[in-house]
Design a protein around this ligand. Structure first.
Ligand code: PMP
Length: 389
């Protein structure tokens, strides 16, 4: 059968975007200091505080990817010789550890086996032993689909007076996050996932405690582009509806962000958390019905924004992935080097609809059938539709 050009992008970022967001990014580009654009930037900064649930935080909107957001947190909050604790649940935890070393931090990494989280007691005893300035953790590690509990880690950070940095690239705008209430100092993300804007924006909200820690630095920030000395005045100026410049903002993406944040707030953050939870449950129920095991060891630690199912033992990654590609539903291969060929990843966040989820489960069933996997055809679809109702 010939394929139409319409495909369904179900990878854990970039995701399918709302048409209204894409229209906003395609509008004629204004000057970055035009009054309308200044208002749009100011609105985005205000709305971020509402989406992150961090009313007294300082938002940043910067041209770059999620890694740049990680780098900005690391560059501004660590000085050579500072101790940093990295809680790793996969590939992106390891990335944070490598990144912090570049800024001279002495990094201790606590890594969980694939599918597991680092036990709270282990984090606590590390915090008691080491004199840490900073602790990073990945809310949802996109390589494993493992979700940690930011509330508990935020509380530990507060109790031990350690700055907490949440990598929320695969969570913010989808998973429950209450930054201020949970005492998280930096919650960072990128535009292309649950925030729902094409790739290119590094976004974060920073607590006043973290801003003060940065102000009290003894040494200059080791990255010129990331230095908050360059960016904080720009964010403050836009918030006060004044023109400002350090590096040209990606105007069209910020216009898309304005539309997307308005949509998120119109849906309501609580409703959005609940919708993602329901979608995650439905997708997991479908995979279970098809006899596919998930990387996360238990459902409490399974992400709601994405899933990472193992292939059945008798199925080769290449065969499954090529059947999926022929179905016009795009899913992602594994990412964690240790397990790479043994699993695949599906994003189900942001604008994802019931129809998208159902089509994806149907395409997975068809691909499994083509690969001669033994299962009762239709059971995945029944499980997903029953849970979504
Ligand atoms: N952290 C996590 C949890 C991610 O999922 C990603 C991207 N997949 C990143 C960091 C890096 O983001 P980017 O690719 O936008 O640099």
């Amino acid at each position: 059968m010939n394929s139409s050009s319409k495909k369904l992008l179900m990878i854990p970022g970039p995701i399918e975007f709302e048409p209204a967001v894409l229209r906003s990014t395609g509008a004629p580009t204004p000057s970055h200091v035009a009054p309308d654009f200044i208002n749009c930037f100011a609105d985005c900064l205000e709305m971020m505080k509402k989406v992150w649930l961090c009313p007294s935080g300082q938002p940043f909107i910067i041209a770059g990817t999620g890694t740049l957001a990680m780098e900005m947190a690391g560059a501004n909050l660590t000085e050579p010789g500072d101790n940093a604790l990295v809680i790793s649940t996969g590939y992106f935890g390891e990335r944070f550890a490598e990144l912090l070393k570049r800024f001279g931090a002495k990094v201790t990494i606590l890594s969980a086996p694939p599918g597991e989280v680092v036990p709270t007691g282990e984090i606590e005893s590390a915090l008691k032993k080491g004199n840490y300035k900073l602790m990073t953790f990945t809310h949802v590690d996109t390589s494993t689909g493992v979700r940690v509990d930011p509330k508990t880690i935020g509380e530990l950070g507060k109790a031990h007076d350690v700055l907490t940095v949440l990598d929320g690239v695969c969570s913010v705008g989808g998973e429950e996050l209450r930054q201020e209430e949970w005492g998280i100092d930096v919650a960072l993300t990128a535009s292309q996932k649950a925030i729902g804007v094409p790739p290119g924006l590094a976004l974060m909200v920073v607590s006043q405690k973290a801003v003060n820690a940065w102000k009290n630095r003894k040494t200059p920030v080791g990255s010129y582009y990331c230095d908050w000395n360059n960016w904080l005045p720009v964010m403050e100026a836009y918030s006060n509806k004044k023109p400002s410049y350090f590096g040209t903002p990606p105007v069209n993406l910020i216009m898309g962000l304005d539309t997307s944040l308005k949509q998120i707030l119109k849906e309501g953050v609580e409703n959005r958390f609940a919708r993602h939870k329901k979608t995650g449950e439905a997708f997991r129920a479908a995979m279970k019905a098809l006899n596919l095991k998930a990387i996360p060891k238990d459902s409490f630690h399974a992400a709601n924004t994405m899933s990472a199912p193992y292939f059945p033992e008798n199925i080769k990654a290449e065969d499954f992935m090529s059947s999926m590609a022929a179905s016009d539903v795009t899913v992602a291969p594994g990412l964690l080097p240790k397990l790479k060929g043994s699993y695949f990843r599906v994003g189900h966040m942001g604008a994802v609809s019931k129809a998208d989820i159902i089509s994806t489960v149907a395409a997975i069933e068809a691909a499994l059938k083509e690969c001669n996997h033994k299962f009762e055809p239709g059971t995945g679809l029944i499980a997903v539709t029953e849970t979504l109702d």
